[in-house]
Design a protein around this ligand. Structure first.
Ligand code: OAD
Length: 250
């Protein structure tokens, strides 16, 4: 098992409030592509043609079909050891909060109870006219964009597209969690998409110990107290084992 630096272990021992801020990299080992990097989605497809409201109005079926494709991949995927390790931490710390940029629901499926979703959730949809929600999987089974049963409006995925506001409640609850946490983990995110990327910065500014888990260094690395380079699915189970040992539950 990996040996962790002493100052990190000391913080883990005393910590009560822990936040995991996660991005696409945490789901990579579940078979879901990330957005940036060599195999990233935005290297092959243009976000301006898929992930914004104007693109949807211009060609709703194309955008809908793309999200259906992603839904199929996500439906077939399972939480990996990184998601499960985070859920396992709930038994060891007073408060464990997940703030995620992911829309794949894998944290909840792994058993995490407090999950704030900053970029929406691919399992949900709503009418762009009257905002009726459509969340049953049967509703989203077609490759053609569905119409609202109440008003006939187009139904869109409940995902935050470029240029759109983040869900207010989830964002302010994430800020609150960041403000009061003792330790903040930033896992599998390139830390370049704002305002989400403000969350770990806020925690750090207010005195939390900031840990980064990533395959490589990012823009956040110079600010982190501890940078763990490697796969989240390998590093986080190691952290969980360490915490169990510290709490006499190993
Ligand atoms: P990115 O694709 O920008 O970054 C993924 C990060 O995960 C990179 O820094 C990789 O090095 C790292 N990574 C990959 N595999 C990993 C692994 N197994 N273990 C640890 N780290 C790994 O994804 P995000 O930062 O999540 O927005 O992107 C932010 C937002 O940009 C997304 O939420 C999405 C996108 O446009 C919306 O869809 C609204």
């Amino acid at each position: 098992m990996e040996t962790f630096r002493r100052d990190f272990v000391e913080v883990l021992k005393e910590a009560e409030n822990v936040v995991f801020f996660t991005g696409a990299g945490i789901s990579a080992e579940s078979g879901i592509s990330t957005f940036r990097g060599t195999d990233g989605i935005w290297n092959k497809l243009k976000p301006e043609e898929l992930a914004n409201f104007d693109a949807f109005l211009k060609n709703p079926d194309r955008v809908w079909e793309w999200y259906q494709y992603r839904r199929h991949i996500i439906d077939r995927s399972k939480p990996n050891p990184a998601h499960l390790a985070i859920a396992g931490m709930q038994e060891l710390f007073r408060n464990v909060t997940v703030v995620t940029q992911n829309v794949d629901n894998l944290h909840r499926r792994a058993g995490s109870r407090t999950v704030y979703e900053l970029h929406g959730n691919i399992e949900r949809n709503y009418c762009i006219e009257c905002r009726t929600p459509y969340n049953s999987p049967e509703f989203a089974s077609d490759d053609k964009v569905p119409r609202c049963e109440n008003c006939g409006g187009l139904v869109r995925p409940d995902i935050v597209w470029f240029g759109e506001m983040l869900p207010e409640e989830d964002f302010s609850l994430s800020e609150e969690a960041a403000e009061k946490c003792d330790i903040m983990f930033s896992v599998g995110t390139s830390s370049v998409v704002y305002p989400a990327a403000r969350i770990p910065l806020l925690a750090k500014r207010l005195g939390a110990y900031l840990v980064e888990v990533n395959l490589e260094e990012t823009e956040l690395s110079p600010l982190a107290d501890y940078v763990l380079i490697g796969k989240a699915g390998e590093i986080l189970p190691g952290v969980l084992e360490e915490v169990k040992k510290l709490k006499g539950k190993g």
